[in-house]
Write a protein that binds this ligand. Structure first.
Ligand code: NAD
Ligand code: MG
Length: 395
């Protein structure tokens, strides 16, 4: 039996992961489940999947979880805090770790899983954006396997040769074509974006996801974070990545080879496909996803992204090119700005303005030879700055 820890079990990716695991119960055993504070949902998941450990980051919620599971003959051991997350990410009985916490909060446990040499199923793209060099080095040093769950990166991974490790040119790749749905505001008049509500921003046309990534898709910051993620995962740079707006979200990304071949991975937009792919890799098994019906899809459209409409995408490209601490600053400012937008404290265009302002105010530093504490400090300073800018911009 393969032991699996699911970090962020109560979220959109966590729920899809447990669905796929339950379809292959003869092969996988759930070792640990974690959540931030949704004790009710985590308790239900513990009843169904019977993990050895459950982590509630918030201590009050942990006490509530303990009460909710008190009648189980063998309740899970309940841990709290970031230390609890790190502990279950590195458990000897966990062979695979699904990293599905949202935001930079996922960095410490994802890094712990990488250092412990696990197969890391990476949904938490923010951890690569904040600490790409550190995480990739931990993977190389420990012999961990890093498999992308983000649908685009999973698609690219599937379109690369199986023996691919690093160096796209060596396997004859010219560039990566990263597809993007364009989000709910792809065709809105730019003037109307000032009046966008959180509900409108979270109503994604093709994917059902958590709130933070839904807003990121609406600003296209999500694609920007994914450009940075692709640079780390595939050892490349922004000159070799083209963002392609593809509203149907059926082609999940493409790889263009030097001989003119372009390979693509297609499928219905359902995260259980990349999750099942990474769980079964290098094999294949069922995911529960409805098979793609090309006649129902009927047509596939492609557009160039409009950087005036989506300034967050331009900011992410600039940060990727600058390197150093710029991506970590971009990510932290974006997390604060998205929270402020969801709390109706700032308007939608305020997200890009706060990210740009934070990047302007904070010095960009090298990350050469720096460790986790340095990056966490950059993250903290960027959050403080972004919070200040958000208060100044309050509506
Ligand atoms: P979500 O908001 O639905 O779930 C987030 C999970 O993280 C929850 O289990 C929550 O309890 C936990 N969490 C939140 N804050 C935490 C904290 N401070 N400490 C510990 N745990 C915390 O998010 P999601 O949509 O499932 O996305 C998770 C990650 O996967 C994100 O990085 C996102 O970018 C990535 N991703 C998601 C999708 C998708 O379809 N949802 C697709 C690609 C990539
Ligand atoms: Mg994606």
């Amino acid at each position: 039996m393969i032991g699996v820890t699911v970090l962020g079990a109560t979220g959109s990716i966590g729920i899809s992961t447990l669905d796929v695991l339950a379809r292959h119960a003869e092969r996988f055993r759930v070792v640990a489940l974690t959540a931030n504070r949704d004790a009710e949902r985590l308790a239900e998941q513990c009843r169904q999947h019977r993990p050895d450990f459950a982590v509630m980051v918030e201590p009050d919620a942990a006490a509530r979880l303990r009460e909710l599971l008190a009648d189980l003959p063998k309740p899970p051991e309940i841990l709290t805090g970031v230390e609890g997350l790190e502990q279950v990410a590195a458990l000897p009985e966990a062979d695979y770790v699904m990293a599905a916490i949202v935001g930079a909060a996922g960095l410490r446990p994802t890094l712990a899983a990488a250092q412990a040499g696990k197969r890391v199923l990476l949904a938490n793209k923010e951890s690569l954006v904040v600490a790409g060099a550190l995480l990739m080095r931990a993977v190389a040093d420990s012999g961990a396997e890093l498999l992308p769950i983000d649908s685009e990166h999973n698609a690219i991974f599937q379109c690369l040769p199986t023996h691919f490790s690093r160096g796209l040119a060596e396997v004859g790749v010219e560039r990566i074509l990263l597809t993007a749905s364009g989000g709910p505001f792809r065709d809105w008049p730019v003037e109307r974006l000032a009046s966008v509500t959180p509900e409108q921003a979270c109503a994604h046309p093709t994917w059902a996801m958590g709130r933070k990534i839904s807003v990121d898709s609406a600003t296209m910051m999500n694609k920007g974070l994914e450009v940075i993620e692709a640079c780390w995962l595939f050892g490349t740079d922004t000159d070799h990545i083209q963002v392609v707006v593809h509203p149907q979200s059926v082609i999940h990304s493409l790889v263009q080879y030097q001989d003119g071949s372009v390979l693509a991975q297609l499928g219905n937009p359902d995260m259980r496909t990349p999750i099942a792919h990474a769980l079964a890799w290098p094999g294949r098994f069922g995911s529960g996803v409805t098979p793609l019906d090309l006649f129902a899809v009927a047509r596939l459209d492609f557009q160039e992204p409009d950087l005036n409409r989506f300034p967050c995408l331009a900011l992410a490209f600039q940060s990727a090119q600058q390197g150093g601490t710029a991506p970590a600053i971009l990510n932290a400012a974006n997390e604060i700005a998205v929270d402020a937008f969801l709390a109706r404290r700032i308007d939608f265009p305020g997200i890009a303005a706060i990210v740009a302002g934070t990047l302007d105010e904070l010095p960009e530093e090298s990350v050469e030879g720096q460790g986790l504490e340095f990056l966490l400090d950059v993250d903290r300073r960027a959050r403080e700055c972004a919070e200040r800018l958000a208060r100044r911009r309050a509506i």
